[in-house]
Design a protein around this ligand. Structure first.
Ligand SMILES: Cc1cc2nc3c(=O)[nH]c(=O)nc-3n(C[C@H](O)[C@H](O)[C@H](O)COP(=O)(O)OP(=O)(O)OC[C@H]3O[C@@H](n4cnc5c(N)ncnc54)[C@H](O)[C@@H]3O)c2cc1C
Length: 408
């Protein structure tokens, strides 16, 4: 049986990066991918535009963005940072890039498929597609072979790059967790992260599709603000999602069982008293106009019936008829609209998950297993995640870099 220098299990972002680096190193390697195509998840990143990195050049600042196990990435980022990533894609992969708001790096073409195709063209001869790894055998602390539905394969070294378990239709179904477990690794409990929230309130259904721009949303814990974010959010048919919710979900992944509240400040740029004065003025200037029409000055139209219903006021009450208490009720809803969060949207819709291969059993200098001599881990399979904005693909590129770099 042919023996490769390296077998890479999984042809996603980190497996493909490892492949190109192995090729440049002159290694004889094979990428085993269960789908008919490589990079299915990579192809849907950044809403099809592939936000492939976040161009932060200061190492400490970059690491500080990773609130979960970020320190583990220190070495990987010092070896292969967003500057190296940009250079790699532009010079090695011939993909011109651009940097957008918030340091987010995208292909100039706005097409993630350009990234996938560039990898494919580079690695076509080293790929075994449509081949699912079913098991990994080990003896005396070394992997001896990989068993697939298409035969058995052997190599000196193995990279497990099978991803996490979100968007399972892309092929990331958590297979690698059971392989790693069977090889003696600890698999930490997984939860979906970077994911929308489901809520108890039925009224969100009426708001589905409404984007809230420049709002502040806080997660409340024991009645106190636990974490807040400013930006945009989007109502869904059973909850709320969008950039700030995804980032807040980094802090809430173990809170759904008990449930928690979020508070939406629809007017974060003005304090309560200032907003109250403005609303008071608006009501006085529109004394004969109905509340539902007055609110058009303050709210998107689909939110108006919801706010009126929650304030228990008659939509046809006029500006002059609204007393101080009722006015304050409205202002309170504008500053502190509450939703009771009951769950996340789950693995089907999450960008990444927490949990997975415990980093304590992996050498951060090399991504090498501390348990199995010739095994390496890259990308989402590790118990790591970053916020939205290109930070997760950066994990994939940098961990692949140190893994291949450390192979002799
Ligand atoms: C909708 C969405 C949008 C995203 N957008 C961004 C973004 O814009 N920027 C960003 O930084 N991150 C983004 N991410 C996260 C990013 O896609 C992941 O962090 C990245 O793909 C992880 O790469 P990976 O190689 O570890 O795993 P994956 O890309 O998940 O690849 C794993 C591969 O292994 C294969 N595999 C699994 N099991 C087996 C098996 N038994 N045998 C053979 N092959 C197997 C799978 O089929 C898959 O191809 C997004 C994620 C999602 C879901």
């Amino acid at each position: 049986m042919k023996k490769y220098d390296l077998i890479i299990i999984g042809g996603g972002a980190s497996g493909l990066m490892a492949g190109v680096l192995a090729k440049d190193k002159g290694l004889d390697f094979l990428i085993i991918e269960k789908n008919k195509r490589v990079g299915m998840k990579l192809g849907i990143t950044g809403k099809g535009r592939c936000n492939l990195s976040n161009y932060i050049t200061d190492l400490d600042t970059l690491v500080s963005k990773y609130i979960h196990n970020g320190k583990f990435l220190y070495h990987a980022f010092s070896e292969f940072n967003p500057v190296d990533t940009k250079k790699f894609f532009e010079e090695r992969m011939n993909i011109p890039l651009k940097i957008e708001r918030g340091n987010r790096v995208f292909p100039k073409s706005d097409r993630s498929l350009d990234v996938v195709n560039a990898f494919y063209n580079e690695l076509e001869e080293n790929m075994l597609l449509n081949t699912e790894v079913k098991g990994i055998e080990e003896k005396d602390g070394r992997i001896t072979k990989v068993i697939t539905d298409n035969g058995e394969y052997i190599a000196d070294n193995y990279i497990l790059a099978t991803g996490g378990k979100t968007y399972p239709l892309t092929g990331s179904t958590g297979d690698g967790y059971s392989f790693a477990k069977s090889l003696g690794h600890t698999i930490n409990y997984t939860y979906p992260v970077l994911v929308g929230f489901k809520c108890r309130e039925d009224f969100v259904e009426e708001l589905a599709g409404l984007t809230l721009k420049h709002v502040n949303i806080s997660v409340l814990k024991d009645g106190e603000v636990y974490k807040g974010e400013f930006g945009d959010a989007l109502f869904t048919h059973d909850g709320i999602s969008g950039p700030i919710i995804l980032n807040l979900s980094q802090y809430t992944y173990d809170m759904y069982e008990e449930g928690f509240e979020i508070s939406i400040d629809l007017k974060p740029r003005v304090e309560f008293t200032e907003l109250d004065a403005r609303v008071n003025k608006l009501l006085r200037e529109n004394g004969t106009t109905s509340l539902k029409n007055i609110l058009k000055d303050l709210l998107p139209s689909s939110l108006i019936p919801v706010i009126i219903k929650l304030s228990n006021l008659d939509p046809y009450i006029t500006g002059a008829e609204i007393n101080k208490d009722n006015r304050e009720k409205i202002v309170t809803l504008l500053k502190d609209l509450r939703l009771n969060i009951t769950d996340s949207e789950g693995y089907q819709r999450a960008v990444v998950n927490t949990g997975g291969v415990d980093i304590k059993e992996v050498d951060p200098m090399t991504m090498k297993s501390k348990i199995v001599e010739n095994l390496y881990f890259t990308g989402d399979i590790l118990d790591l995640f970053g916020p939205t904005g290109g930070y997760n693909l950066q994990i994939a590129w940098s961990t692949a870099f140190v893994a291949v770099d450390s192979l002799s």
